[in-house]
Design a protein around this ligand. Structure first.
Ligand code: PTT
Ligand code: SF4
Length: 608
């Protein structure tokens, strides 16, 4: 087998058992790696109905055949598990040196089950695995944890760690690396915390066998050069994703006051243009020559790495109009290991609940001091923070049905920073994303606002599927950053070519349609198996977008037409080979080689 190692490391933290599991070539050919490998392992290893925060749940750290290789922006890996936020499939993509080291460790994925009774961390050096006490690290933030572990084990390691949020089982705790890369929005950091696993330190020194090394090197050099010469390169490295703040305001999609509005008169105070004036540096993921992490000195003089989602959700959504203050909140989120998107949503929901007198406290929009305190309370599950730490869906269930009208989530995962009253295609992207309301699989909104914004056309649904096939299927399984093609127009065809050179497969870009169908259908099967039922209501956007509208801007008064949305949803199901309840049909599972999922699903739902 070339390009993969053919095995995964299996660790039971409760039993302190460590072994290797071999993985068949078929699994790699069908699922490639990263997210694909993760869902296959979760399907096989998670016992039916396991509580995500119990020892039975399984944490997966997966690389893909291109991750950690000397290729453009390849320093990513996938973290995945049954999510404590949604109780369905959850994952995240993280830029980290752990990607480089995992690729050189001699296996393709780490699977962790059981739970330790005391805080521990893992030290993995190739196939030697040691479990060390983390008593002295428990309670420390992710920045200090990474520093201490590098002092102990040397700088040439990859570190994945959790902060207080993961330790305290905040349902949207993430895993952090490199003091500013954070992944696993649906609470993958809390799964790590439930296992009392503070960190994973990994050092790999082996080189994976490559099918055609010369060709891979040639493609890599060519692609790196094309990125540097792209006409958008200079602008990209000056603002990165921060350019989206002004774009969001101008297009009425910037989340403002818990998504009540899509524009904000003060948007310039947190915009990419303003950020450029105070920027002190740039950071990013390994192997990347278009590094997009913008560094500023925050309100306290500490360094903070900004991205659009962080700044929109902790800035415009909460009406904080000072980028240095937003930077401070963002840095705290990284140190505690809290997902900024769910955090900004959860605090926004709490503030609005206060306005509506559904909770006792009334916090003002833009009250930086109180919002900062709330973040600490969430990370420590202290006081009202214990309520906010469970995320929007659970807060809303607690407050009663009336609060559903402003609860911004799909399937329990809070909405990313794009407001969709007037963009039905993006609302659909959230509705059918495999992990809940995340934008990564299909960012159709970029084309939607330019062309056919208010339409509910079949072409738009086809576009959502096509984007998912590339972004959610190809990039999440390879596993590399998707920004080179989507932000600086590197030809997508480089990716199947690089995959083929690494592995000896002969895959085309079109073949990723089938790979994605397979991955998405198995993810959907996992949700159904774990929920014990399914209903198309689970694929609807938040009620706010279908029942209310913005009061300002050119799209004031517009809302999502739920009947037309429903037609788009039906067409989406048809394109994926799912029935009208959003359940993969028997023949679809069959043709995708997912026969093993048929019997477990037929015990629960009809596959006709
Ligand atoms: C991602 C989500 C995003 S998506 C952002 S900003 W973005 C937020 N970042 C957070 C953060 O930072 N700190 C924090 N405490 N919470 C955060 N929550 C939010 O998490 C990220 C980049 C970005 S920046 C994006 S779009 C692209 N995402 C990719 C992806 O999903 N897949 C892929 N193959 N390539 C991608 N490239 C880009 O990577 P999640 P990162 Mg993150 C600090 O992980 O769970 O998927 O959530 O990974 O290494 O920080 O890079 O405007
Ligand atoms: Fe990381 Fe940005 Fe480079 Fe992508 S473009 S690999 S997110 S630094």
């Amino acid at each position: 087998m070339k390009g993969w190692w053919g095995k995964a490391l299996f660790i039971d933290l409760g039993e302190r058992k460590i072994k290797f599991m071999s993985i068949d070539q078929d699994v790699y050919t069908n699922f490639i790696g990263g997210r694909g490998l993760a869902i296959k392992l979760l399907w096989d290893l998670v016992p039916l109905g396991a509580d995500p925060l119990s020892p039975k749940n399984v944490l997966i750290i997966a690389s893909g055949p291109l991750s950690g290789m000397p290729l453009p922006s390849s320093g990513k890996l996938v973290v995945a598990s049954k999510s404590p936020l949604t109780f369905g499939y959850g994952d995240g993509s993280l830029g980290t040196m752990a990607s480089h080291h995992l690729r050189r460790s001699g296996f393709d994925a780490i699977t962790i089950t059981g739970a330790s009774d005391k805080p521990v961390y893992l030290y993995i050096e190739n196939d030697k695995v040691q479990i060390f006490s983390a008593d002295d690290l428990w309670g420390k933030d992710t920045f200090e944890t990474e520093d201490k572990l590098k002092e102990r084990h040397g700088k040439d390691v990859g570190v994945l760690s959790i902060g207080k949020a993961g330790e305290n089982l905040v349902r949207y705790a993430t895993i952090t690396s490199l003091k500013g890369r954070s992944g696993g929005r649906p609470g993958i950091g809390a799964v790590m915390g439930s296992k009392k696993l503070k960190a994973i330190v990994i050092r790999g020194t082996k080189e994976p066998e490559i099918f055609d090394e010369k060709e891979l090197r040639r493609l890599s050099a060519e692609a790196y050069e094309k990125i540097l010469k792209d006409s958008n390169y200079k602008f990209w490295i000056s603002q990165g994703t921060m350019t989206t703040i002004a774009w969001g305001h101008k297009n009425s999609v910037l989340p403002t006051m818990n998504f009540k509005e899509g524009t904000w008169d003060s948007y310039e105070s947190i915009s990419g243009d303003f950020m450029e004036k105070i920027k002190v540096g740039r950071r990013g993921c390994p192997y990347c020559n278009m590094q997009c992490g913008n560094i500023i000195e925050d309100n306290t003089g500490e360094l903070s790495e900004l991205d659009y989602e962080n700044v929109a959700m902790l800035g415009s959504n909460l009406l904080i109009d000072d980028l240095r203050k937003v930077g401070e909140l963002n840095r705290l989120a990284d140190m505690f290991g809290l997902d900024t998107i769910s955090l900004g949503n959860s605090i926004g929901f709490y503030i609005e609940a206060g306005e509506k007198r559904m909770v006792g406290e009334k916090v003002e929009w833009g009250d930086f001091k109180r919002i900062r305190e709330l973040i600490e309370e969430v990370a420590e599950r202290r006081g009202i923070g214990n309520f906010i730490a469970d995320g929007v869906m659970r807060m809303s269930m607690n407050l009663g049905r009336e609060s559903e009208s402003f609860a911004m989530h799909v399937k329990g995962l809070e909405v990313s920073a794009y407001n969709c009253y007037s963009t039905p295609g993006m609302a659909l992207s959230y509705g059918v994303s495999p992990i809940g309301a995340h934008h990564k699989d299909s960012f159709v909104i970029a084309q939607e606002v330019l062309r056919d914004r208010l339409s509910y056309s079949r072409e738009k649904v086809e576009k959502v599927v096509a984007l998912q096939n590339m972004r959610g299927g190809m990039f999440e399984s390879l596993t590399t950053c998707r920004f080179p093609p989507y932000e600086v127009s590197l030809d997508l065809n480089y990716y199947p070519k690089m995959l083929n050179a690494a592995t000896g497969l002969s895959i085309t870009l079109d073949d990723f349609k089938i790979v994605t169908d397979r991955i998405y259908s198995l993810i959907r099967a996992f949700w159904i198996r774990e929920f014990g039922y399914w209903s198309r209501e689970l694929d609807l956007p938040p009620k706010r977008w279908t029942t209310q509208s913005m009061s300002k801007g050119p799209y004031a008064g517009v809302k999502i037409d739920i009947e037309k949305y429903d037609e788009m949803l039906s067409y989406y199901y048809e394109l994926r080979g799912w029935n009208d309840r959003g359940i993969p049909k028997r023949e679809t599972l069959n043709s995708l080689g997912l026969d093993f999922a048929i019997a477990p699903l037929e015990k629960i739902v009809s596959l006709k």
